[in-house]
Ligand binder design. Structure first.
Ligand code: HEM
Length: 390
């Protein structure tokens, strides 16, 4: 019997033919394996060096004494609805300021009132892992960014402002989500790619949404979320680029964006003039009650959102930090009343409808004009516009 190894004992022309045949056979058998092995090695190499989120520099100011940032994301001239994403510096993933306790206490009270309305996750391996990973990433970030406030000691996460102590790591995904929510001022959303190739809202801790309920949006795809909310020009201007952005987002390239809304009351967690929080009707401008509205009730609501891909679970984290002030306060800032009025007046009909303009314009616009006039009288002149979002 001749085995493959025996082929070398052939001699003469036959031996040459045998050698060529053996070589060809060997190459034929080995090549696919060889190329596959190489591929696996490349994959393994990639896996050996997973992306590690950069550590942030410690904040220089005491955040508990720092005023909230003055995001005023509107400009002179035309203001369009756009994706408006900008590169995010890792140091600034989570912003914290002197309003922390107010936000924290509101979140704690919302969670106590109805935990399941505010914390949800889909029971599958990737989503559950993403909930734990989000908590891990937040602990790592906060203990380095604000080391005087957050400390990790003996398997416990300490917050010196609230004197809370949380187990670390969490034992369940909802514990990871709720703890994460209490550690920061932001609402937290986890978007996971589903079999349809779309990113879906598959986990979240949302306590301060203002206008919408988590149960209404839970499991929705990125497209459905925006179509249902009636986001202006979504199909024509945003849908394609947003989906492409989600597909291509890599863990090393976080982004941020800002928006603003006019709200009819002072409800940080829920705008009661839009509808009953405990009700079942979806809140919208169609259900809004602006009867007897006064300028003192009108609030300026601006969200600072960040997006990043988690390195392990590959889910996308969407943070929503709401900045919320009475409009009468922001109108005292130089140039703001004039610029805000100009932005509002530049909206087309679709955007005006989406922002509920007809509910508040007759009160807000004359007020802004008057404040602008007073500023000009006091000699506050038009200044060079700083870069967005100011
Ligand atoms: C690249 C990412 C995203 C972009 C560019 C984007 C863009 C927008 C835009 C332009 C609007 C209209 C108001 C505004 O200017 O913000 C909007 C509204 C909204 N988006 Fe997004 N979005 C993104 C991601 C998400 C994600 C991940 C969620 C998941 C919760 C979400 C949920 C919503 C909701 C609920 C509204 C309606 C808000 C309201 O009217 O109260 N968005 N989005």
């Amino acid at each position: 019997m001749i085995s493959a190894g025996d082929s070398i004992i052939f001699s003469g022309p036959l031996s040459l033919l045998g050698l060529v045949l053996s070589l060809a056979t060997w190459l034929f058998i080995r090549w696919p394996f060889h190329s596959k092995t190489q591929h696996v090695e490349i994959e393994e190499c990639k896996d050996e060096k997973p992306f590690i989120t950069p550590l942030p520099a410690p904040a220089t100011d005491d955040p508990s004494r720092t005023s909230p940032k003055l995001y005023r994301p509107f400009r002179h001239g035309p203001n369009f609805i756009t994706m408006g994403i900008r590169k995010l510096n890792w140091d600034n993933w989570i912003e914290m300021d002197s309003y922390f306790l107010r936000y924290h206490d509101m979140k704690a009270s919302e969670l106590k009132k109805d935990f399941n309305a505010h914390v949800k996750y889909v029971d599958n391996a990737v989503t559950k892992d993403a909930c734990f990973e989000l908590y891990e990433e937040l602990v790592r970030y906060l203990t380095h960014r604000y080391p005087k406030i957050y400390r990790l000691r003996g398997g416990k996460m300490h917050n010196s402002l609230t004197e809370e102590i949380f187990p670390f790591p969490a034992t369940t995904p909802d514990e990871a989500l709720a703890t994460s929510a209490l550690l920061v001022q932001d609402d937290l959303v986890i978007m996971v790619e589903n079999d349809d190739g779309q990113y879906h809202l598959d986990a979240a801790a949302v306590c301060l949404p203002g206008f919408w309920r988590l149960r209404e949006k839970f499991r929705m795809s990125l497209d459905t979320l925006h179509f249902e909310a009636g986001v202006p020009h979504y199909a024509a201007k945003l849908q394609k680029s947003m989906n492409r952005f989600f597909q291509n987002l890599t863990p090393d390239k976080p982004v941020e964006r800002n928006n603003f809304f006019i709200q009819l009351d002072d409800g940080l967690h829920w705008s009661h003039r839009m509808g009953d929080q405990a009700g079942t009707e979806v809140a919208s401008w169609a259900t809004a009650n602006s009867k007897g509205l006064s300028i003192d009730e009108i609030h300026f609501r601006s969200e600072r959102q960040t997006l990043r891909r988690l390195p392990r679970s590959k889910a996308v984290i969407f943070t929503v930090r709401t900045y919320f002030e009475p409009v009468t306060r922001i109108a005292q800032e130089p140039h703001i009343p004039g610029r805000l009025a100009e932005a509002i007046l530049s909206w087309d009909e679709t955007v005006s409808f989406y922002k509920g303009k007809s509910h508040w314009d007759k009160i807000l616009l004359p007020y802004l004009d008057e404040q602008d006039r007073l500023q000009k009288e006091r000699g506050i002149v038009k200044q060079e516009e700083r870069s967005f979002p100011y």
